[in-house]
Design a protein around this ligand. Structure first.
Ligand SMILES: NC(=O)c1ccc[n+]([C@@H]2O[C@H](COP(=O)([O-])OP(=O)(O)OC[C@H]3O[C@@H](n4cnc5c(N)ncnc54)[C@H](OP(=O)(O)O)[C@@H]3O)[C@@H](O)[C@H]2O)c1
Length: 294
């Protein structure tokens, strides 16, 4: 089997490469079919997914059986001012991959986001719930989802949220840095969601990749919390004495309003390949333990 990862130098792309190289994740062994797969990982310097001609040429050479798209413009505030780039990378890029995947008969797994929902209410959203993004990031990602499902018959759209991993920048690493630098920080306590360990997500992408259970999936850590609760737990797990104080979104406004409630329910996983996503506290504990071992 030939597997192509796009956005291979990003946080999730690198995590995927690592578990595929090891044949296992922190959750356990990967499917047998992937153990001798030929892995090609590329990022924008080798394959710009916004260029359909380049994507087609690359696919003609590589002839992938499975494509996992981890490429994206993930800067939520940046998307708000750079409409064209957001649309190109998050909308047209996945569309190009879907067209090329369909032409060579490959499966396409495309990673998306909780931001496709409005982020209100108080019940975790299932895959069948109506989408209604309010940010440019969310709108561009939704365009990408729809294009993937429209153009590639063998496609999976996998939505995740609050992602952190060993590679790149993320909330956990930011809190750890601030925790070392400061005695006290403030973190918003009125936005809730599901912290997700990139290793767990990568594991489930691999499980899906060897099935034909095409469709839309939610894949986030089990359980939910506020950013304040998440930050408090990060300090505790990391042995940092920095105090975390709760503030409201009004007291700590961001350039782009963030969803108040963006919790997802992994319903499709639980009825197909199985939902092994760990409780968010356990996955965080494992992440920090691993950091200390390295
Ligand atoms: N991070 C989160 O909290 C979060 C939450 C929900 C969903 N997601 C989704 O999860 C996926 C993975 O996110 P991540 O955190 O791994 O993102 P990331 O670290 O920002 O990685 C994205 C990668 O895509 C590359 N890229 C940008 N434009 C490209 C292009 N035109 N062609 C090819 N590659 C391009 C980026 O390169 P440059 O760095 O050079 O731009 C980067 O290496 C994304 O689909 C994202 O929307 C993330």
């Amino acid at each position: 089997m030939k597997l192509l990862i796009t956005g291979g130098k990003g946080q999730l792309g690198r995590e995927l490469c690592e578990i595929l190289q090891n044949g296992k994740s922190r959750l356990g062994a990967l499917p047998d079919e992937l153990l001798d797969a030929k892995i090609t990982a590329v990022d924008v310097d080798e394959l710009d997914i916004t260029d359909l001609t380049a994507v087609r040429r690359f696919f003609a050479d590589c002839r992938p059986d499975v494509v996992i798209n981890c490429a994206a413009m993930t800067n939520v505030d940046g998307c708000e001012t750079q409409y064209e780039t957001a649309m190109l990378v998050n909308g047209i890029g996945p569309q190009n991959l879907a067209i090329a995947s369909a032409e060579c008969g490959a499966k396409l797994l495309h990673v998306s986001t909780d931001y496709v929902f409005r982020g209100d209410g108080d019940t975790p959203r299932c895959e069948w719930d109506a989408v209604d993004p309010s940010t440019v990031y969310g709108k561009s990602k939704l365009y990408g989802e729809q294009a993937v499902l429209r153009h590639c018959p063998k496609s999976f759209v996998v939505r995740t949220a609050w992602l952190y991993g060993q590679y790149g920048n993320n909330f956990v690493k930011t809190m750890q840095r601030l925790g070392r630098e400061k005695d006290e920080i403030t973190v918003v306590s009125d936005q809730r969601g599901n912290p997700t360990n990139a290793n767990d997500l990568a594991h489930h992408l691999c499980k899906l990749a060897v099935t034909e259970a095409y469709g839309i999936y939610h894949c986030t850590g089990t359980g939910e919390c506020s950013w304040y609760e998440f930050a408090t737990r990060i300090m505790e797990e990391s042995g940092l004495s920095c105090r975390v104080l709760p503030v409201t979104s009004e007291e700590y406004p961001s350039k782009t309003p963030r969803p108040k409630f963006s919790s997802l329910r992994n319903l499709m996983l639980s009825v197909t390949v199985g939902d092994e996503m760990r409780q968010w506290e356990d996955a965080l504990h494992d992440f920090v333990t691993l950091q200390e071992e390295k």
